[in-house]
Design a protein around this ligand. Structure first.
Ligand SMILES: Cc1cc2nc3c(=O)[nH]c(=O)nc-3n(C[C@H](O)[C@H](O)[C@H](O)COP(=O)(O)O)c2cc1C
Length: 454
């Protein structure tokens, strides 16, 4: 019996017909000698050619009436251009030691075990021919800030393409583009001829997350960025429970985001750090969504909804971490503010220049800089009213709200994580903020039921 892999569509006499092939339609070009083809090592690599007779496989036509006769290249491009891709610069050092780069939208993961990736270069590409002379290649997943780097490296040309592009050699010798979202280093395991392109299969030797920035996207001939509807951070051992809770609460949190037109962020305390685990943003309006998985130091005013239920020494330590030397008078005001959050179950943050500045720095923080030292916390922020404000009694009064947070408690009353609403805009009425708080608290109660009985 002839398998599906041996069937192919072809055009014959104005009709598209299905042929059975007696051989597979591609040629495999395994890499030799440490994953490098001998002709490539000499820098004389020629495109792989089909074996004589391969194309002359015997075929038996089977008609499919009503199919289109031929596919014009512009139609092919237009239709396939509707499929969005990431943008990756494949880099390497060629046989002369010069950096080479080729921009592709076809980089992809292939296999987990063994770890394999792929990309599909056109065989006429000069850069591809030079990349084949490299020992190791690197896929630099370009971030949305790297559109100009992408345009520079996508031009035809040699090592001069790199002028103005910031890069460093990796320990394995591949050009590391600064600011890439992620990177994968690989050796070529196999090349498969496919039409006018090759499918290059790479064996992963090393990989990592880079800047953590969002990736650059390509669609319909234009560049864009990813706007999240909902995101949950990748699983790590210490955060597994939190991720499960975020997944369990997802329907409720998506519904809340949609109803209020606000972003809902799920954050928790993991190993003495505040981590944003998930974000739900039905409005998709946030061009710079909250970075997930970044560990922020637990110090005032971060994590107030959780610390509000902690012991007094823990609350004092939380204050001292951000504001050492705070007067006892101010400490008392903070303790009262935290009591208020615990009793009413929510915290209101008002917008201020200082908070916006601190937010900006927090977004730039990563694991390597886990300290408040790099976050400007000025006097204004040491005022407890920044994170524990009161709503004006007149419902029509307009206020500038940064966020509203509420802790989600476990069966024994201990806070498990907290939810924060963002995106109130410049001037929300006190009344509308009160309604959003009511909805948030209703959701919190529903989520408490979900996580207590997953
Ligand atoms: C967003 C984007 C995606 C691309 N994807 C591919 C691809 O998957 N395969 C390919 O052969 N060329 C692709 N190209 C084209 C090459 O990057 C580039 O134009 C070509 O390598 C330059 O010519 P050279 O290699 O002869 O120097 C892409 C270009 C852009 C801008």
């Amino acid at each position: 019996m002839i398998g599906m892999q041996n069937r192919a569509l072809r055009t014959s006499g104005g009709q598209t017909v299905l042929f059975y092939r007696k051989e597979p339609p591609t040629r495999r070009v395994p890499a030799q000698d440490g994953h490098r083809h001998e002709s490539c090592r000499r820098g004389t690599m020629q495109p792989a050619r089909a074996r004589p007779g391969l194309r002359e496989a015997q075929e038996e036509p089977m008609s499919i009436p009503g199919e289109s006769a031929s596919i014009a290249p512009e139609v092919f491009r237009q239709v396939l251009g509707q499929y969005p891709t990431g943008v990756t610069a494949i880099t390497g050092l060629d046989a002369s030691g010069d950096p080479v780069a080729m921009v592709v939208g076809t980089f992809s993961s292939v296999s987990l075990d063994p770890p394999l990736v792929s990309f599909m270069p056109t065989r006429t590409s000069q850069s591809y021919a030079r990349l084949l002379t490299a020992d190791v290649l690197r896929a630099n997943v370009l971030s949305m800030e790297q559109e100009s780097v992408c345009r520079t490296l996508a031009r035809p040309g040699g090592a001069e393409k790199f002028s103005g592009v910031e890069w460093d050699p990796s320990p394995l010798g591949t050009p590391m583009l600064r600011g890439a979202s992620a990177w994968v280093e690989f050796t070529i395991q196999e090349r498969i001829e496919a039409g006018d392109h090759d499918i290059v299969i790479g064996r992963v030797v090393d990989l990592g997350v880079g800047s953590g920035g969002l990736p650059l996207l390509f669609l319909g001939g234009g560049y864009g960025r990813y706007t999240a509807h909902s995101r949950i951070m990748p699983t790590t051992a210490d955060s597994l429970t939190q991720i499960r809770w975020a997944e369990a609460a997802k329907p409720e949190l998506e519904h809340l985001s949609e109803k209020l037109g606000l972003e809902v962020v799920f954050a928790s305390l993991i190993d003495d750090a505040i981590v944003q685990v998930a974000s739900f943003d039905a409005t998709r309006s946030n061009a710079r969504p909250h970075p997930l998985g970044v560990r922020l130091p637990l110090g005032a005013p971060m994590g107030a909804p959780i610390i509000a239920s902690a012991s007094e020494p823990a609350r004092r330590a939380w204050l001292a971490r951000s504001f050492p030397g705070l007067s006892e008078n101010l400490v008392q005001q903070h303790l009262v503010a935290l009591d208020r959050i615990r009793e009413r179950g929510w915290a209101l943050n008002l917008m201020s220049e200082s908070l916006t500045e601190a937010d900006r720095s927090l977004r730039a923080l990563d694991d390597g800089r886990l300290s408040w030292g790099s976050v400007p916390l000025d006097e204004q922020l040491s005022d407890p009213r920044t994170y524990s404000a009161e709503l004006p009694s007149d419902p029509t009064t307009r206020i500038r709200v940064r966020s509203v947070s509420s802790p989600v408690r476990g069966p024994h009353g201990d806070p498990l994580f907290y939810l924060t609403l963002f995106g109130y805009g410049e001037a929300a009425t006190s009344d509308s903020v009160q309604h959003s708080i009511d909805d948030l608290l209703t959701t919190v109660r529903a989520v408490e039921g979900t996580v207590a009985h997953p």
